[in-house]
Design a binder for this molecule. Structure first.
Ligand SMILES: [Mn+2]
Length: 332
């Protein structure tokens, strides 16, 4: 993060009355927490924030207050936009031509911690991208400190949630010494980590039906290549029945990774319209998630990524994906 970028960001924000904050089509606790934290900070600066996401906010992150203020429409009146936790056009499929024209006509800023994309945001004027940050929220915290933004306990809690979300509770390799230092600062400033954890856990409790569905998913999980690659396929009817209350992949991916010999876990979702999505998670020492997703036009981090394809048969896709995963594992 260089001074020139933060100065430019500051001047855009200072000359705005209304700022539109966009999340990509795959909202998570980092994108949502970052968006609501900026809303909170801007409110204190006398700037109105409008929160946008093209898809519904998934239930599992609704422990983050403010999710219900996220709208699916790009408004007509705003002075600037900020895209959080995303730097690729691939994840903005819900934007229409008109939406993109509106966004292009105003200053637009990307704040993200993913590695550079091959399909960058076409309408952004300023990109603050720093992949040394565990979460976009952590980057916002750094920017906020630099620009003396008012960050109250609520904003700091939101920032802590983005870090805990993306680092899976400070357990994956996104959590660096800096991340721990920042968490310590947040805790010193009043953030109560057990309180945040309890709220999230309380919110993510399973119903009995979900508990049984989890058992079904585990029963149909397969293990390939000497159990190094674990995969499960979730059908449209299962998505219809269970997705509104629980993200099916999140039910089994952690269990798959917690199985002996497994290095890579993949959850495919097969939709009736021909779309197939895959969520990829890797165990320590098998950092191939981004490369595997990249092979199918997706993206993400080295240990967690995803992709979406259309016009591909599930059998063929599965085979190609497993073979590619094996190939990448051999190269490690
Ligand atoms: Mn993130």
């Amino acid at each position: 993060m260089n001074d020139q970028n933060t100065d430019k960001l500051n001047s855009i924000i200072e000359s705005s009355k209304t700022v539109l904050i966009l999340q990509a089509d795959n909202p998570d606790s980092d994108s949502l927490g970052s968006a609501v934290a900026l809303e909170n900070i801007f409110d204190k600066l006398g700037i109105e924030a409008i929160l946008y996401c093209g898809v519904d906010i998934p239930n599992y992150i609704k422990y983050i207050d403010g999710w219900d203020r996220v709208t699916k429409d790009i408004p007509n009146n705003f002075d600037a936009s900020i895209l959080v936790d995303v730097s690729t056009m691939t994840l903005f499929e819900k934007l229409s031509e008109t939406d993109i024209r509106k966004l292009s006509s105003k200053p637009s800023i990307v704040i993200d911690h993913h590695t550079a994309s091959t399909n960058p945001i076409t309408f952004s004027d300023l990109q603050i991208i720093d992949n040394t940050n565990a979460s976009t929220g952590q980057l916002i915290y750094a920017i906020g400190k630099k620009l003396n933004w008012p960050m109250d306990k609520k904003a700091l809690e939101l920032i802590a949630n983005t870090i805990l979300g993306d680092t899976q509770g400070l357990t994956n390799d996104l959590a660096t010494a800096d991340t721990y230092r920042i968490m310590a600062e947040l805790i010193e400033a009043g953030v109560n980590r057990p309180e945040l954890e309890n709220k999230r856990k309380e919110f993510n409790k399973m119903t009995e039906a979900i508990f049984e569905f989890k058992a079904d998913l585990m029963k149909k999980t397969h293990f390939a290549y000497n159990n190094k690659i674990s995969h499960v396929t979730i059908s449209q009817s299962e998505i219809n029945q269970y997705s509104p209350s629980y993200n099916p992949s999140a039910l089994v991916l952690p269990e798959m990774l917690q199985t002996e010999d497994v290095l890579v876990a993949i959850a495919f979702k097969e939709y009736d319209d021909g779309r197939i999505t895959a969520a990829i998670r890797c165990n320590p020492g098998a950092a191939i998630a981004n490369q595997l997703a990249d092979h199918f036009g997706g993206g993400g981090h080295t240990y967690a990524s995803g992709f979406k394809v259309t016009n591909m048969d599930i059998e063929n896709l599965r085979k190609e994906c497993l073979d590619k995963a094996q190939e990448l594992l051999i190269k490690l």
